[in-house]
Design a protein around this ligand. Structure first.
Ligand code: PLP
Length: 381
């Protein structure tokens, strides 16, 4: 039996999403064509756009479909008319690298030991004309949630624009941000930001579908030149089945609020010496990032895999390679401890029993590790 606890990397396709996508694949035609087949595709695209707009609180014209969160982040940072970019130190590489490699001037805003953006530092760096700030809502590694209500006011008071990477937040945090909204999801209008990146595959939608949500009158230069789709902001024939799947997943119930109970159950059963990162800050209910000093993430990850558990170490999108996490490093976590960091992320398939089974397996592996260490000490003595 396998237990999949790596939903922040990607989540299995929901059955309703698969059914909607298969139905969409039975149709053909280009949404730009005027014949009946084309019009049918356009209708599907239009419907999906309306669903996204309705569930996320944005005007339909403000939805730019992309190939995922990475492209949405690149479009926001490289397509903006702003000349000065301010990004937090714990952003996803698709923000950090886009900022670094763009022709604009980029600067990093530091975070504190919990991974929260240092508001004093942000304030001090604001004030230049033509600034775009990019700060994620929820972090993919630790799940830490930034105080965006405060940030958005600070950014706007300084005359700057705010882009929010909400890829990990959609479907995993809801009403607390959205207020009494009509959907289960975070709400673009209530967040008051200027641009927001979303992606389908972190909550059971297809890989390769995302969107950049933009407020009226935000000017963007397209990254892809061509046929002028998406109101001239993203060229390329639309992937209708993926977009239909994206819209379908937005109608699914959010994970919030019942997951924190299981996350806390998991964390309570960790060995006493375990360190849970960002524990003292608001966090996603589905994410636990912890380290057991002395148990290397690489070894533990493989041992857990052999026991049937899929988790990850370091950054989700780089879960194949066990490198040093820039997030933990920005939080000031010592290198040796960061090398032991494991991320467990729950999702729509997760069951309570799976968390209990994970706890039992981890306890077994930890006991073994302690015995091995004690044996080694004896041999040396
Ligand atoms: N932003 C965050 C916070 C992410 O966690 C990820 C993927 O892990 C992305 C952006 C990239 O999204 P996509 O995989 O859809 O390109």
């Amino acid at each position: 039996m396998r237990v999949y606890l790596d939903h922040n990397a990607t989540s299995p396709l929901r059955p309703a999403v698969k059914a909607a996508m298969l139905a969409a694949l039975d149709s053909h035609g280009n949404a730009a064509s005027v014949h009946a087949e084309g019009r049918k595709q356009f209708h599907a695209l239009d419907g999906a756009r309306s669903t996204l707009a309705w569930t996320l609180g944005v005007n339909a014209e403000g939805v730019i479909f992309t190939s995922g969160g990475t492209e949405a982040n690149n479009l926001a940072l490289r397509g903006t008319q702003a000349e000065y970019l301010l990004v937090s130190a714990i952003e996803h590489p698709s923000v950090l690298e886009a900022a670094k490699s763009s022709s604009k001037v980029a600067d990093i805003v530091p975070v504190d030991g919990n991974g929260l953006v240092r508001l004093d530092a942000l304030k001090a760096k604001l004030g230049r004309r033509n600034t775009l700030v990019s700060i994620m809502l929820a972090n993919n590694e630790t799940g830490v949630i930034q105080p965006l209500n405060e940030i958005v006011d600070m950014v706007h008071e300084a005359g700057a624009l705010l882009h929010v990477d909400a890829v990990q937040a959609v479907g995993k945090m809801a009403r607390e941000m959205a207020g009494p909204s009509h959907s289960d999801h975070i709400n673009f209008a209530l967040l008051k930001c200027d641009m927001m990146s979303v992606s389908a595959h972190k909550i059971g939608g297809p890989v390769g579908a995302g969107a950049l949500l933009v407020r009226d009158r935000i000017e963007l230069s397209p990254l892809l030149a061509g046929g002028g789709q998406e109101s001239r902001r993203r060229s390329g024939t639309e992937n209708i089945s993926a977009i239909v799947g994206f819209a379908e997943v937005m109608k699914s119930p959010a994970l919030y609020p019942y997951r924190p109970v299981w996350r806390d159950m998991l964390e309570t059963a960790l060995p006493p010496e375990a360190v849970v990162f960002s524990k003292d800050a608001p966090r996603l209910g589905n994410t636990t990032c912890f380290a057991i000093p002395g148990m290397s993430a690489e070894t533990l990850l493989m041992a857990l895999d052999l026991e049937g558990f899929a988790v990850s170490s370091g950054s989700a999108c780089a879960s194949g390679k066990v490198g040093r996490s820039h997030v933990l490093s920005a939080m000031g976590v010592p290198k040796e401890l960061a090398a032991c960091a494991i991320r467990v992320s729950q999702g729509w398939t997760t069951k309570r029993d799976e968390i209990s089974a994970f706890n039992a397996a981890l306890t077994r592996l930890h006991e073994k590790h302690k015995l091995r260490n004690a044996g080694q000490r004896q041999n040396h003595g």
